[in-house]
Design a protein around this ligand. Structure first.
Ligand SMILES: [Zn+2]
Ligand SMILES: [Zn+2]
Length: 170
């Protein structure tokens, strides 16, 4: 769904949308959507900036970064975003300041914003850099590949040849 400047000039827009798994393109992210994504937003025009507040909920599936077990990631995210016209970057570069408050700032081009893009970006931002099945995950043995959460192998630790290996030992 597209929210246009023309519409926002008349009134605020409240919209809700649902995206089935596969509808949004997460650009090669290492997770996939496993349940419909529900999105509700309220958009208003402030000068030439579009403020978008809302909430989304979905579920994602990924692999544990240590043991490769499937991990389910429930996503429930509130957001408060400010979109500036893309043209403002080149027109008044010196006026662009990253605000110190928590408001996230993005840019829109053309005649408005696309809700699918908002949803995609918010989902990507909600996923931790490193997904693990749990803080206690012991990962795979680097020698034999055994899942050390399931069984204890008797492999000797691999020889550390990294220049930082001695630091890690401390
Ligand atoms: Zn794990
Ligand atoms: Zn092993």
């Amino acid at each position: 769904m597209h929210i246009t400047l023309a519409e926002l000039e008349v009134h605020r827009v409240t919209a809700s949308e649902s995206y089935t798994p596969g509808a949004l393109d997460y650009r090669g992210a290492e997770f996939h959507q496993t349940a419909p994504l529900g999105l509700i937003v309220n958009a208003e025009l402030l000068g030439r900036e579009i403020r978008v507040r809302g909430r989304l909920e979905t579920r994602l599936g990924a692999s544990c970064g240590r043991c490769l077990a499937p991990v389910e990631i429930p996503v429930s995210r509130d957001f408060d975003l400010m979109y500036r016209p893309m043209a403002s970057i080149t027109q008044a570069e010196e006026e662009i300041e990253i605000p110190t408050e928590e408001l996230e700032v993005g840019f829109y081009s053309g005649d408005g914003i696309e809700l699918a893009d908002v949803a995609t970006e918010q989902v990507i931002l909600s996923v931790p850099m490193k997904v693990i099945c749990g803080p206690e995950c012991r990962g795979l043995c680097p020698v034999c590949g055994a899942n050390r959460n399931l069984r204890q192998c008797n492999c000797a630790p691999p020889v550390q040849d990294s220049p930082f290996a001695s630091l890690k030992e401390e």
